[in-house]
Every structure is written in C-alpha cells, then in structure tokens.
Design a protein around this ligand. Sequence first.
Ligand code: AMP
Ligand code: MG
Length: 306
Amino acid sequence: MRMGTQVRILVYAPSFSQASEASMAAFDRMEQLEWTFSDYRTNSELSRLNRDGAIAPRRVSDELFQVLHRSLEISSYSRGAFDITLGPLTQLWRQARRAGSPPTPKQIAQARRRTGFQNLILNSKERTVRFELAGMALDLGGIAKGYIADQALQVLQRRGLRSALVEAGGDIAIGAAPPGKAGWHIAIKGVQDELLALHDVGVATSGDEFQYLEIAGRRYSHIINPAIGVAVSDSSQVTVIAPDGMTADALATTLSVMTPAAGLELADSLDGVAAFIRSRSNEALRSRRFPSGRPALPPMRAGFVR
Ligand code: AMP
Ligand code: MG
C-alpha cells in the first residue's frame, strides 16, 4: 500500500476551527494507521509480519485483524479472485516493471507456490494470524486504503461532523450529505461521463489507465489474476459502491480480475453493493443496483467533484 497517494478531506462544520481540528485528528489517525499497513515503511506492523512470517500463531493489532478478516471473506465469496496472499507475486511483477521484462513462467510458478488465501489462518478469539507456508507475504494494496478512509471518516463523525468525505488515492469514504443537498457529487468516467449524488457509502475505482505498468510495449495492471499468477492486461475500469470504503476498495480490485458478467453477478448478490464497469471495448455495464446519474460535462476521471 502506498499512502504516498493524495489524501483529501472535505467537511462541513459550524466553524473553521472545528473543521480544522477535526481534520487534523483525522489525518493523525491515517498517519497512525500507516504504521500498521504501510508496505514501504520497513517497521510497519505489516512489514514486520511479512519479514518474520507467522509459522507459529502471531497476535496482531485489532485494525490489522479486521482487514485480514474482511479480506478472507471477500476471497471466499469471489472464489479467490481477491487474494491478499499474493505478496510473492506482486513483488515479482514489481521487479519485472523495474527490469522492463515480464517474469518467466518458472518464476511465476515458484512465487505462486507461496500464495493462496487458504494458507492464511485466522483465529478470531485469540486475534492471531498463522501462515501455513514458509515465505508467504501479505499485500493489502487492494483493501487498506478503503479501510483507512473509513477510519478517518469515523474520526470526523465522532466529533459530530457528519457531512464529510475522505478520499485516499481513489478510494472514497462518504458520510452524510452536505447540508440541504441530496448527496456528494461523484463523477463516474464512463462512455458518457455522469455525476452521482451519494451519501453514507464507500466508492472505489480500480484498473483505470493511470494504474498501468508497461513492459515491453504491453500494458499490465497492478492487479494480478490469482488463478494464473499473471497481471491483468485488459483495460476495463471498475467502480464499486458499497456500504463502506473497505468493501468498495476490495470489491473494485476483485471485479477487475473477474469477467464483467461474473463481476456484475457478484455485485448483485451482495447487500448494498453496486458496480459500474467500463469494459475493454468501451461498453458501459451496470449492476442492478447501480444508481443512474446525470450527464457531466466536461469529461473527467472517476473521482469526486465539488
Ligand atoms: P486497487 O488499486 O485497490 O485495485 O489495488 C491494487 C493493488 O492490490 C495492487 O497494487 C496489489 O498491491 C494488490 N493486488 C493485486 N492483485 C490483487 C488481487 N487479485 N487480490 C487482492 N489484491 C491484489
Ligand atoms: Mg481496491
């Protein structure tokens, strides 16, 4: 996870000082969570877990446990399309990008042997984690930003500032609507760009063109298809609306792995979840519950607008 990405907080408050104090508290909470989830801080809880492994059960923080638990739920109902144990593979593909050539089938096969969500064992009572295989490594890049946005939003809301929005690099946690409005305006870049008015949900977009890596002229996504260990290389864009930011984040990543038809079916099967997919052939596909918006001009990327 890279919290080096842009973070934005928008909040309505009775006074400037309340807005700024609450925002500072929310930023502090995000900074604190970086010490749990960051994969580039070598001393974060996640980095230490990956470095030391957990061949014997290991107790983790409540926050880390919550994210691991949700991750496994999403692995199970996506039949493994979402998988946080892909660490060895995501590292391999990151090296490939630096080297400028894709990994060999042998390297992929070797890394895959150290993956598989079934090999991550959680014990809710003891709040412990265990790795079934040596050399496993967790990658929370597909879910942690949504969780962090949710937590920052909660800080604002606990201070009574209910009309607020937190964005962490494309993952958005949305509170109550701005005073007197139907919702926060969220822009969806589709075949025809449109604006949605949303409140009390999480929204996430995955697989858009800014997140590609190019190796030898071919565009690969940062998202890996766990079934084959290969980076997804079509350019569909997926936007998911869910009851919270963590779920939206994880599902946007998940649906980027699945075929559009399977992804829409999964979205329809989950309470409070809706998905919009702009397919490789530039077709706009919506799950049943995806709200219709109003046209937005001029063209824009998925994200929020004021
Ligand atoms: P996102 O930008 O939220 O779609 O997350 C992409 C990131 O999730 C990648 O950079 C990896 O760190 C991680 N990731 C890649 N493939 C998967 C997958 N199939 N399941 C879960 N996480 C993944
Ligand atoms: Mg995601």
